[in-house]
Every structure is written in structure tokens, then in C-alpha cells.
Design a protein around this ligand. Sequence first.
Ligand code: KIV
Length: 279
Amino acid sequence: MDVGPVTVPDILERKISGKKITALTAYDYSFAKLLDATEIDIILVGDSLGMVSLGHENTLAVTLEKMIDHTQAVKRGAIRALVVGDMPFMSYQVSVEQAVTNAGRLIQEGGASAIKLEGGTFMADRVQAIVHAGIPVIGHIGLTPQSVNQFGGYKVQGKNYFDSQKIRQDANDLQNAGIFALVMEGIPGELAEEITAKLKVPTIGIGAGNKCDGQILVLHDLLGLNQNFVPKFVKQYAQLADNLKNAVSEYILEVRAESFPGQEHTYRSKKGQLKQVND
Ligand code: KIV
């Protein structure tokens, strides 16, 4: 097992060593601490927070303040994995200056070691300016959830020649702008494989086949905690929602039957000490 904190150069080096990058999302201290005790390389405080933890129907309502709060919580739990803060909708689209200022807040206030933002060619100037400020950036192209309204839903991108050319161009322009890794989401596996082979920076896939340099999933999807729609690209490695419901049902039964708390969970006073002594 690798020791010491995972760094940006460590992630870049994976392109050469070929050891796959593993990444998961987390939004709070407890889960971050559990993940950090594994060999996971990257913990992304994703703006999927909005859907997974806050119950919104998409990620658009998430604010920078919320991302900073949750990044702080994750950072308290993760001392080994690389913590990456996600730039929420409208925190970088307005101008280059806005993007640099807000990326700086995720690092300075949130405690992230790097940031991720969505978008390709159109965001290359933001990426370059943020990198020039000394902040490492992960790009994110393909099915970028913040553009859900433009896409008309969560649809696989790059399925024809014209669309795939745009994604190739996005990847290239982001690499030239200085990203150290690229998330590719919801694109055909062959396209992801081709881009991975061409880029010098590592790619991290989600719904992009197994030929990327690494993979990322939403933690709650992997754990089977998400009981809503499960997309094709998700594999549930556990069924924690069922476990959780079974545990809570058992608790309810035991409370009703007075079998919880048992003697072993109950504090006792020394014999006679609770009685008032009158004489
Ligand atoms: O917000 C998020 O969780 C993400 C990953 C799934 C890539 O952007």
C-alpha cells in the first residue's frame, strides 16, 4: 500500500506507470474518513452533492458556499487521498476573473488540493488562468451535468462523427490549457479509448468504458444507497440501502418490545445512592 498523501504529480505519473487511478465522491467527514482508510486515490467533493445529499433534481442549485462547507468536512476526514473540489454552476461561467477567484476559495477556504470544472474549449481560458494562479485543475467533458438543459436530459454524448469531433477538440484544448487529468462522462467507450491514447494527461472515466486511465463513481451509487434510477454505467458493489432499512426496522421492533436498551447499554448507580438519606 502506498503511504503518504496522494499528490498531483502522483496522478500525472499514472499515465506512465499504467496503474489505474481510482476516484470516488464524498460529501461529508464520516464517509471521507472511511474512504481515506482504503487505497482510493482521489476523493471528489462533487456537485452531485445537490442530488445525492440535498435532494435536488439536478446539480444546478448547488452554491459555492455549500461546496466550501462540504469540502471542509471532507478534508477533515481525508488526510491521504487527494481532495478535489468541484466548481458549481455559475461559479466560473461568468468570467475568467470570477473563475480564478472562486477556484481560489475552494482551495483557501475549502481546503481542496485541486478543483474540477465542467466544459471543454469554451472553458479553456478559465482553466489556463486558474492553472496560472497555481491551482491544479481537472477538466470534465462529455455528458456534463451542469448542461442538462442544453442536452435535453442526461444523454450519452459524442455518438456521431460531428459530436465526437467536438469532444476530441475539447480534450485537446483542455490539455493545452494545463489540466492534470480529464474526467470523461457518458461517451462511447471507443471514443474514450481513442482520446485516452492521444492525451498526455490521464483520463478518468464515468460511463466511458474501461480503457480510461482511471474510473470515478458517485459513492452512494457504488454502495447501493441510491434507490432512485440506477444508470447503466453504475455497478452497485453493496446494497447498503437494504442493510440500513433492515437495521432501522430491527431497532424499531426492539424499542417497542423494550429489548433495547438492554442491561449492557444501561447506566447504574451504586446500590442505594439514589435514595435520600433522612437521618
Ligand atoms: O459531481 C460529481 O459527482 C461528478 C462526478 C460524478 C464526475 O462530477
